[in-house]
Design a protein around this ligand. Sequence first.
Ligand code: C2E
Ligand code: MG
Ligand code: MG
Length: 594
Amino acid sequence: MSSDGLNLPGADRAIRLLLVGATDEQAGWLRGLLQKSKTLRFETLRVAAIDPAQGEQSAAPRVDAVLLFCPTADPTELEALVSAGIAFPECASLVIADLEDEHFAMEALAGGARVALVRGGLTASALVSALLAAIASHRTIRALGVARKRERHLGNHDQLTGLANRYLFNDRLQQAVAAAGRNGRKMAVLFIDLDNFKLVNDTLGHGVGDGLLRSVAGHLSSSLRESDTAARVGGDEFALLLTNLHDELDAERIARKILSALDHPIELRDRSISCTVSIGIATLPGDGSDPKELVRKADTAMYHAKKRGRNRCEFYTDDMNEAVLRRVQLEGGLRTAIQDGSLRLHYQPLFDLRRERIVGAEALIRWQHPELGFLAPADFLPLAEETGQIVTVGEWVLQTACRQNVRWQRGGNEGFRMSVNVSARQLLEADFVDQVREALMTSGLSPELLDIEITESSLVSDAEVTVNALRALSELGVHISIDDFGTGYSALSYLKHLPIDALKIDQSFVRSLKSDPADATIIQAVVMMARGLNLTTVAEGVETHDQLLLLGSYGCNRMQGYLFGRPVEAEAFEERLRDPTFHWHRGDEESPGD
Ligand code: C2E
Ligand code: MG
Ligand code: MG
């Protein structure tokens, strides 16, 4: 509550009173009493009557209290007086009656007057005290009103951005859906999520994160009409409610307006930050008329906007729902997949051209899903990365592949290598190096026979943690390869600083090796650079003899691809190991598949 309520006028300035309806005699009597006060000064202003419709605007200068003189006990006169007093919400109102009638005073109070005084026998000090009490209590009541209003606002609004919160949003959504049901108008729910907000928050600090959220909130509010609602419904999630739309395209127009407003970097105090958002849209009546359903569908559409590259908006469609159901099915299934044996490793041969034989294998994961059937890594690994399940899955891959390699070593394939793919997320785990050490120890595999494959993009994500992990792995004696090399758009300087052993040239370059001279040039350059840095090159996706010969002529000695064998289960791979040499079958390029 503000201290204003206690800071009464009087000491520093006169108390201003507006006398309404007072006769000359009454005004004289009142002034006479007030002058007796030794400490307070009063100024009086007289008007014959007040038009309640005009209220305060008619009274200048501002007054502290309105004194309403009631000439008779006529109830209609009293009512008119009291409503005139109510027309002055900013100041206290007192009714002063000429009559010796307590009953009349009670009626005046019941009618809304704060204080009712009966003139007969009223002393100066009683009048002054009543006046001060009326002014003070009026201020207290006003301050309480302001505090209550503020409290209501806080309960319904997000403190950081000042936007509506989830409760108010849901409430307005419910009302809007009901109204749309009555008036048949269209409406839309937009679900908005910041792209890469976590990265900003983690790397630049929460202060910058908060500034960014406030700024985005400002952009959202200014993209809306008065009747729409913008809310912050989660950490970096916002929702918009658009009502009375002509058609769905209105919603898209607003979404595009938001996207283009955020197209320019946001200026925060001492830096500017690029911030994009992904937006999902659900509309009524198209997507139903259940408020919860609309929010869920807008959220699903937002998720798809992220999947399709972020910084875009998507309308909800029913196929998206299927994708979400599938996602839930996958996420749940993956939790038990390791125990129930439905995750498998397939092995693809690594071929050495100079020795003309298979010298190793790459472990590639597959999932025999009980309902969805055979799943390739692309079907479930992105989700496993997102949910963090990749950490447990990856640990299982490491252990299984190491154990398998030891089995093959013991079967007479000494020096046989095993490559294991490791995702960026695994490298960020504090105990990743311990997991590798553990897998080597329990299986008994020599570290130099294990190749850890990482992609260029995992080097970008969190330099220091990743660099430390790679150094520790290298000290263990494990080899490190860069997978899908050439697709990562990263600066190559890391090749100098990091303990890397091999570059695996991405299959996209190999695929068009013969038809596209640019790809041939890139591969030659990579092989030359690798030689200069004392790195091995491995070509991926080799499917034809022509590719094999060209790659060989560039000096690329190691290769993988269907030409040497598709990824197969361990038992089938053992067949291949019985005769690990390469047989030239020109004109018969296709190897049997898995
Ligand atoms: P990658 O590590 O680059 O693996 C090579 C991919 O190319 C494999 O696909 C392989 O089956 C395919 N491939 C091999 N030779 C040929 C060829 O001659 N022609 C064509 N068209 N394709 C060929 P796959 O098994 O679907 O794996 C895809 C990606 O999934 C892998 O790419 C790897 O990045 C990831 N992955 C697989 N297993 C694991 C795993 O256990 N952990 C992690 N983190 N990632 C994995
Ligand atoms: Mg790989
Ligand atoms: Mg690759």
